[in-house]
Design a protein. Structure first.
Length: 329
């Protein structure tokens, strides 16, 4: 039986929405960078998922009263459950080393009670089937208890999704160059939108991305590269998922399904959606190579050689007839 929870680290600009379409088709609700706080979501808790979370969040007495009084005041029960889910979501987000705001609608007492629980218990309390999308997983910022628990039990499964660094940079620049209402809610996105808007050309924006160590996503990619090498992490590339080679895509999705514990991955493949075609500007492979000048390539190798592949790039046919770039971090 497939695991109920998973974590996907998808580097910024890696075509994350396409992978989210796949995990959604597999029955997982997206949280984190692809979803947000599940408060008010449409998912209904499954049998046996309500009371354990209420008890952990509010204590046995209040949990019992809420359940026994649900006929008279079902709204109170649903509000309490959503508060508990929100507190649990916030705790998990912090344990994964992700940024949170100091101000929160979550009751501090509820959050404190849940935060004292061991990671294995917290994982079991998460309702439904969830996929936690992160843009990076820094070993120095993630909670030590979470890392120890994952090392011991390899749960939840970790998936690392990445793309050629040039294409990721172009994708980030395009996203940050859009109107304000389409820019993500991450604070650094708002700041760098203003910075990019002040630069006159795309060449200037690429140069900034390559030379500014704080440009969104660069340091996250560097501090997440450990997942490329860990034998328990399922690694997927954007090039595999969107490339013209059907076999490579099938192999990548089979790795994902096996990591999730599907008993028959080959049969499950038929239910996964077809991804966007390679000529879609948002997901095209090799766009960065066509837009990077020799000067940009020099900056890339000077500042980010550690994010480039060590070996020769595998080749493939792109729509313009050039060789496809190797998948990189």
């Amino acid at each position: 039986m497939a695991v109920p929870q998973m974590i996907v680290v998808s580097l910024r600009g890696s075509g994350t929405p396409l992978l989210a379409d796949v995990t959604t088709a597999l029955g997982y609700t997206s949280y984190g960078t692809m979803g947000g706080d599940p408060r008010g979501g449409d998912d209904r808790p499954g049998p046996g998922e309500v009371y354990p979370l209420l008890e952990a969040a509010f204590g046995q007495d209040r949990a019992t009263l809420l359940l026994h009084g649900q006929r008279q005041n079902r709204e109170a029960l649903e509000a309490a459950f959503q508060d508990a889910v929100s507190a649990l979501w916030r705790i998990w987000w912090m344990r994964l080393g992700q940024p949170t705001t100091l101000a929160s609608a979550v009751d501090p007492g509820t959050e404190a009670r849940l935060a004292r629980l061991p990671d294995s218990t917290l994982l079991a309390l998460l309702p439904g089937r969830g996929c936690w999308y992160l843009t990076g997983l820094d070993l120095r910022r993630a909670d030590a208890g979470f890392l120890r628990a994952w090392h011991a039990g390899r749960q939840p499964p970790l998936v690392f999704h990445h793309r050629d660094i040039r294409d990721r940079i172009i994708s980030q620049i395009r996203m940050l160059s859009r109107p304000a209402d389409r820019v993500g809610s991450m604070p650094e996105h708002l700041i760098y939108r203003d910075i990019l808007a002040a630069l006159p050309t795309l060449d200037d924006r690429i140069t900034l991305a390559l030379t500014d160590p704080c440009f969104p996503g660069m340091e996250e990619a560097r501090r997440s590269r450990w997942m490329l090498h860990h034998p328990a992490v399922c690694v997927l590339t954007h090039e595999e998922l969107t490339g013209p080679t059907t076999g490579a895509r099938a192999q990548a999705l089979t790795r994902l399904l096996r990591a999730l514990g599907h008993p028959d991955p080959s049969a499950e493949l038929a239910g996964t959606p077809s991804l966007a075609t390679a000529d879609d500007a948002e997901v095209a492979v090799g766009t960065g190579r066509t837009l990077f000048t020799p000067a940009h390539e020099d900056l890339l190798h000077r500042h980010h050689s550690d994010l480039l592949p060590a070996g020769p790039p595998p080749t493939g046919v792109l729509p313009d007839g050039h060789n496809a770039p190797a998948p990189t971090g």
